[in-house]
Design a protein around this ligand. Structure first.
Ligand code: CP
Length: 306
């Protein structure tokens, strides 16, 4: 049974994940054509409701919807009645009256997309809510890894950095575990929570983590905007202890490891400039795959009023 909403990875079962990832592949093939468009969602409307900034997720959802021939409206929060105090509930009820088919939501409050989903017949897609979930990022990361290893079972992914505040770490590690991938976290003790999945190794030392033998090094953005206290002494110290420096990049190259990052990157913090030209950097593949995966999600979900 197709589902109405996509709110997190945890509620997706393995067959749905396989279906979405399998569907993304033919959608990606469309990108190589001169006309990069199919009529699958012709006549449907997609509303982008972003309360937090975004480059990749926002633009790739917009491109994905347009490549499926949907009509896209960008709801400008800064110019809306939200600035006059209108609540999320009233905003959603207004949008409901407009018979929008899909609402794509980003908000700093964990769980808000789920609340919106209960208020509307439209399909709601979580485009990132607080530190809770970013399901389409998880899907695009899994798709990118599967492009390198069609059966990723037993492959090792080391997620490095600010795990504590990261919805990306949560969604990506959840989907990878569902696909049988071995996941480990590396970061300062203050940013790697001890609670959480038992079957994820935790490292606080870079060299120890590399001895574990990862196939992929997945760097997270240090999210200064979500840090209420100072979790490490300085950016310089963070880069020295956990960043991919030029020296570490040479070692990563020798080992043939892939590097991933959800973006936006902080150069000189998570990674050095050389990573952007590294032949096994998958950062741009992640961006391109984000469109294909989001097309698959829009194609799969079914709004209630259909
Ligand atoms: N990966 C990601 O969510 O990036 P944006 O914040 O640019 O959307």
């Amino acid at each position: 049974m197709p589902r109405k909403d996509l709110l997190d990875i945890a509620s997706l079962d393995r067959s749905e994940i396989d279906l979405l990832l399998d569907q993304a592949a033919p959608f990606k093939e469309i990108f190589t054509r001169s006309v990069k468009k199919v009529p699958a969602l012709k006549g449907k409307s997609v509303l982008m409701l972003f309360y937090e900034p975004s480059t990749r997720t926002h633009s790739s959802f917009e491109v994905a919807a347009k490549r499926l021939s949907a009509d896209v409206t960008n709801f400008d929060v800064a110019q809306s009645s939200i600035t006059k105090g209108e609540s999320v509930r009233e905003t959603v009820e207004t949008l409901q009256a407009m018979r929008t088919d899909f609402i794509i939501v980003r908000h700093k409050a964990s769980g808000l997309p789920g609340t919106i989903a209960k208020l509307t017949k439209a399909s709601v897609i979580n485009a990132g809510d607080g530190a809770h979930a970013h399901p389409t990022q998880g899907l695009l990361d899994a798709f990118t890894i599967k492009e390198k290893f069609s059966d990723p079972t037993g492959k090792k992914v080391l997620i490095v950095g600010d795990i504590l505040h990261s919805r990306v770490a949560r969604s990506t590690s959840t989907i990878l575990k569902k696909l049988g991938v071995d996941v480990a976290y590396l970061g300062p003790g203050s940013l790697v929570p001890k609670q959480g999945p038992e079957n994820i190794r935790r490292f606080t030392n870079y060299e120890e983590a590399m001895k574990w033998g990862p196939d992929f090094v997945y760097l997270l953005r240090v999210q200064m905007e979500r840090q209420d206290v100072q979790y490490f002494p300085s950016i310089r110290e963070y880069h020295k202890l956990y960043g991919v420096t030029e020296k570490r990049l040479a070692d990563i190259r020798d080992r043939g490891l892939y590097i991933m990052h959800p973006g936006p990157v902080n150069r000189g913090v998570e990674l050095c400039d050389g990573v952007m030209d590294y032949e096994r950097s998958l950062i741009n593949d992640q961006v391109e795959n984000g469109i294909a995966v989001r097309m698959a999600v829009l194609y799969y979900l079914k709004p209630e009023r259909e």
